[in-house]
Design a protein around this ligand. Structure first.
Ligand SMILES: *Cc1c(COP(=O)(O)O)cnc(C)c1O
Length: 354
C-alpha cells in the first residue's frame, strides 16, 4: 500500500474534487423561498399559474418524502439524499469525488454493472479485484490496490448477481483501512436477515449506503434511489445534484408506498418464501449443477450450457438473465423470483425441457 499515512487520515476536503469544492451551486426559486405552508402568490419560478396538480416545480429537497423515509429508516433527514434511481446517486458520487483521468475506484466483480459503466463515463480508472470463488472479498487484494488516488470502493451486499452478503468482518476491515469512501449498495437489503449498514453510519465517516425503491418496494418505474451518509457528504452531493432531480409524481407515489409498510413487508415475505421453494425445485433439475444460496430476490445457478438453456426458456416465453459473461460466472443463469404462479410455470417448463 502506497502513501499509507496519507490514506489513513479521513479528510473529506481532500476527497472532494477541487472544482466541486470551489463551485457555487445553482440556486432555484424553490431553494430561495421555502414555503411555510401559508397561502402565497408564487411569481418567482416562471411556472404556469393554472393549477393542475403538477404545474409547480417539485420540492428540490423532497422534504415530505424524506421525512417519511427518515422515520422508517431511523435516520435524520440531513443524512439522506434522494436521486433519480440509485444510478443517479452513484453518478453523483463519481462526479463529486473522482477527478477524471486522475483518480480511481475499486470494484469487486462479479457485481453490479453500473459501477464500471459510471467509471468509464466519468473517465475514472476502475481497479477490479475479483471476489474469491466462494464470492467473498479478497480483502488483501482490495487493500493492496489502494493508492493515494483511490477515492471509492464499491461493495454490493447482498451482491448482484451472486446473491450472497459480503461478510461483515471483511467490510469492517475495508472501512478501517481505507479512508476514502466505502459505498455499500444495499439494493436487496430487505430480502436478507443479515442487517443493514445504516446503523454504522455514526461510527464510520467514510461509509456511504445506497438503497433503492426498485426492488423490495416494487417501484422500479418511479426511479427513486436513496443515499445515506454523514451530513457533510450529503451536503456535497446536494451541491451538485440537478435542482429538481426527483419529480413530483415520484415523490407522491414513493411516499404513498412507504406508508403501505404492511403490504410491502407481506410481499417481501412471500418473495423470500418463493425463493426458498424455487431454490429447492431448481436443485432437482438435472442440468442445474449448482444453485448458489441467496439473500436477495433472485437465484444464481450454474447450468450445463447457459446459452442453450437461455434460448430454450426464451422460446417458451420465460426470460432469465444469462450472466456467463461475468468473471467467475461461467454457464450461469440468474432467475428473478416471480409470483407463485410464474415460478410454477418456470419449474414446469424446466422439467419439460429435460
Ligand atoms: C437493481 C439494482 C439497483 C437499482 O438501481 P435503480 O437505479 O435504483 O433502479 C442498484 N444496485 C444494484 C446492485 C441493483 O441490482
Amino acid at each position: 500500500m502506497k502513501n499509507e499515512k496519507e490514506i489513513l487520515i479521513f479528510d473529506l476536503n481532500r476527497l472532494i474534487r477541487e472544482n466541486v469544492r470551489a463551485m457555487t451551486p445553482y440556486s432555484s426559486a424553490r431553494d430561495e423561498y421555502v414555503s411555510d405552508g401559508s397561502e402565497k402568490i408564487f411569481m418567482d419560478a416562471n411556472e404556469n399559474p393554472n393549477e393542475n396538480g403538477l404545474n409547480r416545480y417539485p420540492d428540490p429537497q423532497q422534504r415530505s418524502l424524506k421525512s417519511a423515509l427518515a422515520g422508517i429508516k431511523g435516520i435524520q433527514q440531513d443524512h439522506i439524499l434522494l436521486g433519480n434511481g440509485s444510478d443517479e446517486v452513484l453518478d453523483l458520487l463519481f462526479r463529486a469525488f473522482c477527478e477524471p483521468s486522475k483518480d480511481n475506484v475499486i470494484t469487486v466483480p462479479p457485481t453490479y454493472g453500473m459501477y464500471s459503466v459510471l467509471a468509464s463515463l466519468n473517465n475514472i480508472e476502475n481497479r477490479k479485484v475479483l471476489l474469491t470463488p466462494s464470492f467473498t472479498l479478497d480483502v488483501k487484494g482490495v487493500l493492496n490496490s489502494i493508492d493515494a488516488n483511490t477515492k471509492m470502493i464499491f461493495l454490493c451486499s447482498p451482491n448482484n448477481p451472486t446473491g450472497n452478503c459480503i461478510p461483515k468482518d471483511q467490510i469492517k476491515e475495508i472501512l478501517d483501512h481505507f479512508h476514502g469512501l466505502v459505498v455499500i449498495d444495499e439494493a436487496y437489503i430487505d430480502f436478507t436477515t443479515k442487517g443493514s449498514w445504516l446503523g454504522e453510519l455514526a461510527n464510520y465517516k467514510n461509509l456511504v449506503v445506497t438503497q433503492t425503491f426498485s426492488k423490495a418496494y416494487g417501484m422500479a418505474a418511479v426511479r427513486l434511489g436513496s443515499c445515506f451518509a454523514s451530513s457533510e457528504i450529503i451536503n456535497i452531493l446536494n451541491k451538485i445534484k440537478p435542482p429538481y432531480n426527483v419529480n413530483e409524481l415520484t415523490q407522491i407515489k414513493a411516499k404513498e408506498r412507504l406508508l403501505m409498510k404492511n403490504e410491502v413487508e407481506h410481499e417481501v415475505a412471500i418473495i423470500i418464501e418463493e425463493r426458498k421453494k424455487l431454490e429447492r425445485a431448481l436443485r432437482t433439475i438435472p442440468f442445474v449443477q449448482e444453485v448458489y444460496p441467496s439473500e436477495a430476490n433472485f437465484l444464481l445457478t450454474v447450468v450445463d450450457d447457459a446459452g442453450k438453456r437461455y434460448r430454450q426458456l426464451l422460446d417458451r416465453g420465460i426470460i432469465v438473465r444469462n450472466r456467463s459473461g461475468q468473471p467467475l460466472c461461467k454457464n450461469t443463469l440468474r432467475f428473478t423470483v416471480g409470483t407463485p404462479a410464474e415460478n410454477e410455470s418456470l419449474i414446469k417448463l424446466l422439467k419439460e425441457v429435460i
